[in-house]
Design a protein around this ligand. Structure first.
Ligand SMILES: [Ca+2]
Ligand SMILES: [Ca+2]
Ligand SMILES: [Ca+2]
Length: 143
């Protein structure tokens, strides 16, 4: 019996914001898609955002954020640990895609302690959710 047996958690991605469009200065936006991967216990759940195609995202502060994503990345019984990973790519046709910094956060122990909003700029200068070229928010809930 694991410490989290019989419990249910949910991980919900709220928004992402791109700080570098990874395109030449004369292009207004980049063509982005994201992959998410949450591993807990024997379960690994992956998603692509958007499901097909890409989002056009500028790095102008007014147009750099994809809001209200509200996508459930994981729902179920957690194991003793959980690893949340997210990857972003900017699609280029004449060269390899550009990559955003990979995101990773590990949780362990009682899943009650995992509950919260994981946001940029609440953990000082090396906040995991505040990366060099993008930032994000997701929530962990015990259902
Ligand atoms: Ca590019
Ligand atoms: Ca491009
Ligand atoms: Ca944070």
């Amino acid at each position: 019996m694991g410490v989290n047996s019989g419990k249910q958690i949910r991980v919900i991605l709220r928004w992402i914001q791109v700080k570098d469009k990874l395109e030449p200065f004369f292009k207004e936006y980049g063509e982005f898609f994201f992959r998410t991967k949450v591993t807990s216990g024997s379960m690994t759940v992956e998603h692509r955002l958007p499901e097909k195609g890409h989002w056009e995202i500028s790095d102008h502060p007014r147009f750099s954020r994809v809001d209200k994503i509200d996508r459930i990345l994981f729902e179920g019984e957690p194991g003793d640990t959980m690893i949340v990973e997210m990857f972003g790519e900017e699609i280029d046709t004449l060269s390899d895609n550009d990559h955003l910094d990979p995101y990773r956060r590990e949780f362990s122990g009682d899943c009650g302690t995992w509950v919260g909003a994981y946001v940029p700029s609440d953990e000082g200068s090396d906040d995991p959710e505040e990366m060099s070229n993008w930032r994000l928010r997701y929530d962990v809930e015990v259902v």
